[in-house]
Write a protein that binds this ligand. Structure first.
Ligand SMILES: [Cu+2]
Length: 494
């Protein structure tokens, strides 16, 4: 075997997949260790998110189990970074530490080398790509003992990622050319700007939004661990999912025309502390890292067997799916309209009107399709700001300019985007490390605005936005959206 990360589908089926068999054997041992051990399965899971009461409720912890202080004071525990530009770098460090600990256990048990495999679920050349590897679905190991890879709950009857009719599950994020645009990073591949550590910050990046968030909900459903950041990393399938997300980032960075962030706040941040992971064996001081350590030539830079299949890009080959808009710092983001009040989505679709600045909208629409070098070019975005709710990963679909009283699902031409609000429960808690300010999402509506304009159904004075509730949204568990605005991104074709 090999320490390059490989597509799990290429490594054999069932328990013939030795990488997964070794994974199961190592997990079984790590799962026997108490949470006080920094290499235990529970400690590793708690690094992502930890809530003692919830862990006792779902029987992961006993009532009187001692919990180490460095899990509850945010040193090691509850570090996961979501809704910010640290999402990808933090998770890369997390994967590296986890992989080293599991590999050491595999070595001890079997003598084999081990690397974390990835689940290439958007590989359209493999008709079985969306089905979870058999090893995660089998009840028993080859020796007849219970299969640890199936130990923690998932969506009922889960075998395959099955997007519902409100879902988007795609590689569209890979078309974005810039990691971060605007002072707050509201737009881009990688997530919003924050100088400090923030478990849940304000703006979700494109890749985090989809496929990352979508897959969490498709596996977890309402009750499964993958749907909730406090529990997700306990499910061993979490790591194969995140390995693929990490690979997508790597593929994106290796594609000419994509601009990775160079801001020292990202490279050397966060400003107020270091990210920290346990070392193999768990001794102090642990492994500290910054964004820089995760990039090429950094100590946490991974290697993948392939960066082309199922990634939507061809590393090394310039792909002009979207016109380049100039250096990110020379692009401008400007709000050109907003709705007037908080929107609450419960059991039924809700409509709201976004009033637009006619002049700014008209010039924006006129420049949307520019392709000539040096010409002004724009893209339009719908921004959902400070979204809050109590469910772990509720689903919302967003439609624009639906005919009055019509069924949204009959109008795919009005579908602007689909969101899975992964971690909304955590981001909305006023007692969390994030003040309960909720999460923000931007949806690129350029192509839709172009289609509506061509059809004569885009009025530069206003947009009618309809929010359609999906899974985990109901009258009892509503989602509130503080403000819906339209952002105009302007640059120069380059
Ligand atoms: Cu995740």
């Amino acid at each position: 075997m090999n320490t390059i990360r490989q597509d799990v589908a290429t490594l054999g089926s069932g328990w013939n997949n030795k990488v997964l068999l070794n994974y199961a054997l190592a997990m079984r041992e790590l799962d026997k260790l108490p949470i006080t051990n920094r290499n235990s399965w529970k400690f590793l899971g708690a690094i992502h998110g930890f809530d003692r009461q919830l862990w006792v409720e779902v029987n992961v912890l006993g009532d009187s189990d001692p919990v180490p202080k460095d899990l509850t004071n945010f040193t090691y525990g509850s570090q996961c970074q979501h809704g910010s530009w640290y999402f990808l770098s933090w998770h890369r460090g997390y994967l590296a530490a986890f992989e080293a600990i599991v590999a050491a256990k595999v070595k001890e048990l079997t003598g084999d080398d081990w690397a974390l495999p990835y689940w290439n679920y958007l590989n359209d050349k493999n008709p079985e790509a969306r089905r979870a590897p058999e090893a995660f679905l089998a009840n028993t190991l080859p020796d007849g003992s219970p299969n640890p890879l199936k130990k923690y709950p998932r969506r009922q009857g889960f075998t395959t990622l099955r997007p519902n009719s409100l879902d988007a599950f795609s590689l569209a994020a890979m078309q974005e050319n810039d990691f971060q645009v605007g002072n707050d990073g509201s737009i881009g591949f990688g997530g919003g700007v924050t100088g400090n550590f923030a478990q849940f910050a304000r703006w979700t990046g494109d890749l985090e939004n989809n496929p990352h968030n979508t897959v969490h909900r498709l596996i977890g459903g309402g009750e499964g661990f993958m749907a909730d950041p406090y529990l997700a990393a306990l499910d061993p399938i979490f790591w194969l999912h995140h390995c693929n997300v990490d690979r997508l980032w790597e593929a994106w960075m290796n594609t000419p025309g994509k601009t990775m962030v160079r801001d020292p706040r990202w490279l050397d941040g966060p400003a107020d502390r270091r990210f920290i992971m346990p070392a193999v064996g768990g001794s102090d001081p642990g492994m500290k890292f910054t964004g820089r350590d995760t990039l090429k030539d950094g100590k946490l830079h991974p290697s993948y067997a392939d960066l082309s299949i199922g990634t939507g890009v061809k590393p090394g080959v310039e792909a002009v799916t979207r016109v380049k808009m100039g250096a990110p710092e020379q692009q401008n983001i400007e709000p050109i309209g907003a709705n007037r009040s908080v929107v609450t989505v419960g059991g039924a679709p809700v409509r709201t009107q976004v009033d637009l600045d006619r002049q700014a909208t008209s010039t924006g629409i006129a420049a949307m399709g520019a392709t000539d070098l040096g010409q002004p070019v724009t893209r339009l975005y719908l921004a959902l700001e400070s979204v809050r709710g109590s469910a772990p990963s509720p689903q919302l679909a967003v439609y624009i300019n639906l005919p009055k009283d019509s069924d949204p699902q009959q109008h795919p031409e009005c579908h602007a985007g689909s969101l899975t609000l992964f971690g909304l429960n955590v981001a909305s808690r006023p007692d969390g490390g994030h003040g309960g300010h909720g999460l923000g999402y931007t949806i690129d509506i350029t192509d839709l605005a172009q289609r509506l304009t061509d059809a004569g159904d885009f009025d530069p004075d206003y947009l009618r936005v309809t929010l359609v509730p999906g899974e985990q949204v109901s009258a009892d568990k509503p989602v509130t959206v503080e403000r819906i605005s339209v952002l105009k991104r302007s640059g120069i074709v380059s």
